[in-house]
Design a protein around this ligand. Structure first.
Ligand SMILES: Cc1cc2nc3c(=O)[nH]c(=O)nc-3n(C[C@H](O)[C@H](O)[C@H](O)COP(=O)(O)OP(=O)(O)OC[C@H]3O[C@@H](n4cnc5c(N)ncnc54)[C@H](O)[C@@H]3O)c2cc1C
Length: 384
């Protein structure tokens, strides 16, 4: 077993780490306070080719492997979880989904622009009344001649307010449950489609999150992504990619919290010595370091399974469940190490702590990950 990164993976890490240190980390606190989506920096990410890192060369990407893809998310997660989320949705939930399920025409129409960061995309699964139970969605797509007519609302959709292309899931057969769902590609300027930004979130305040409203949105039959009635499969396969970069982002955010904590613990003097010399502070730092390393190994193991072409659902669930809980434990301890100063906006650990909270909620809550893992372990599904 070889744990070394390849020269290519090391180069990706250095490129994104340098960019994050220079262009993201120093400003992430301001974006958070102002709830500002940093378009100028996102454009620089596009110019650097970050959105195309793990996209095949024939579509303008760099063609790098799954572990490089995780490394990008990990490094972005150190600086700003909002931008890591933008990257995850753009690449894992949208571009890779079109690559897996799109027709030749759909891939040619959307993937080069997405890989170059010239256009952005979003993934609309969740609705006001259906989150974990996605199959209970109410949005409908009714065939009328050569067109589908979409109606309904999507809730909490990352990137929706900045996107040119929307992956939308809707019921083409209301009586068929999960087997009645179809995925569609909808262009932003289609009449009847609108978005409404959501503000005052606990964290990810520099990320765009919006509601999608669909009122008689007419799209051609050719906008079906995958097959009619197979949309639930598209959604679940997509989440194997999405959860993977969420997990990698958690590792990055936790590592940043540990790095800030170590620096502070060496500088802060109490009882006549740096707090790093107090054994109980060392205990917290040791627990944080081990927790992060366990999470990183789970992410890279899932990446290895993806690289060799296997189904990665189980490994990704392990990684997503563990790292999303881990980043909450680690950022909690970071605040503890900073004492009262950690409770203020003066140090970045306060933002990391708030940003960490989303990870056990989206792309399948921790409870949903436990049920999927439980199913793998016992052979019995709790969903039926
Ligand atoms: C900032 C943000 C960004 C998001 N981005 C997107 C996006 O881009 N696209 C998208 O489609 N969605 C997105 N979401 C939605 C997110 O995926 C959902 O919030 C998540 O799936 C949970 O659904 P819910 O909020 O409806 O909670 P619910 O499903 O109502 O769950 C509430 C609680 O009940 C528990 N629960 C539910 N069912 C079970 C069960 N069977 N067994 C045990 N416990 C259960 C849950 O674990 C949770 O603790 C985003 C959400 C947020 C907050």
């Amino acid at each position: 077993m070889n744990f070394d990164l390849t020269p290519e993976q090391e180069a990706v890490r250095k490129m994104v780490a340098d960019f994050t240190a220079k262009e993201i980390t120093p400003f992430a606190g301001e974006w958070d306070k102002e709830e500002k989506f940093p378009w100028d920096v996102v454009k620089k990410m596009s110019q650097l080719g970050i959105f195309g890192t793990a996209i095949p060369e024939e579509y303008g990407g760099a063609g790098f492997d799954a572990i490089s893809h995780a490394i990008v998310a990990e490094e972005l997660g150190k600086g700003c979880s909002s931008l890591r989320g933008c990257y995850s949705v753009q690449v894992s939930l949208v571009t890779k989904t079109i690559l897996s399920f799109g027709t030749r025409e759909q891939k040619q129409k959307y993937v080069p622009g997405l890989a170059a960061g010239q256009i952005f995309g979003c993934f609309g699964l969740t609705e006001p009344d259906s989150g974990s139970d996605a199959a209970a969605m109410k949005s409908t797509a009714v065939l009328d001649g050569d067109e589908y007519v979409l109606n309904g609302n999507k809730m909490w959709i990352t990137n929706a307010g900045i996107s040119e292309v929307f992956i939308i899931f809707a019921k083409t057969d209301k009586s068929a449950g999960a087997r009645g769902i179809t995925a569609f590609l909808v262009d932003k300027d289609t009449p009847g489609l609108s978005t409404k930004d959501i503000h005052e979130k606990l964290g990810l305040r520099a990320s765009n999150t919006a509601e999608i409203i669909m009122e008689d949105v007419r799209i051609p039959k050719s906008a079906v992504l995958g097959e009619v009635g197979k949309g639930f499969r598209v959604a679940m396969a997509t989440l194997d990619n999405g959860r993977y970069t969420v997990a990698a982002g958690c590792v990055g955010t936790a590592q940043a919290a540990l790095d800030y904590s170590k620096k502070y613990a060496l500088e802060r003097i109490q009882f006549g010595k740096p707090i790093a010399q107090h054994q109980l502070v060392q205990q917290m730092i040791a627990d944080m370091a081990v927790d992060i390393e366990c999470g990183r190994l789970l992410v890279y193991k899932a990446g290895h399974v993806k690289n060799v072409g296997g189904r990665s659902t189980k490994e990704v669930c392990f990684a997503k469940y563990y790292t999303s809980e881990m980043v909450n434990r680690v950022t909690y301890k970071a605040i503890q190490i900073f004492g009262g100063y950690g409770f203020s906006g003066e140090y970045p650990v306060e933002r990391l702590y708030r940003d960490a909270r989303i990870n056990t909620l989206y792309e399948g809550t921790s409870q949903i990950q436990q049920l999927i893992i439980g199913n793998y372990e016992t052979g019995v599904s709790a969903f039926v």
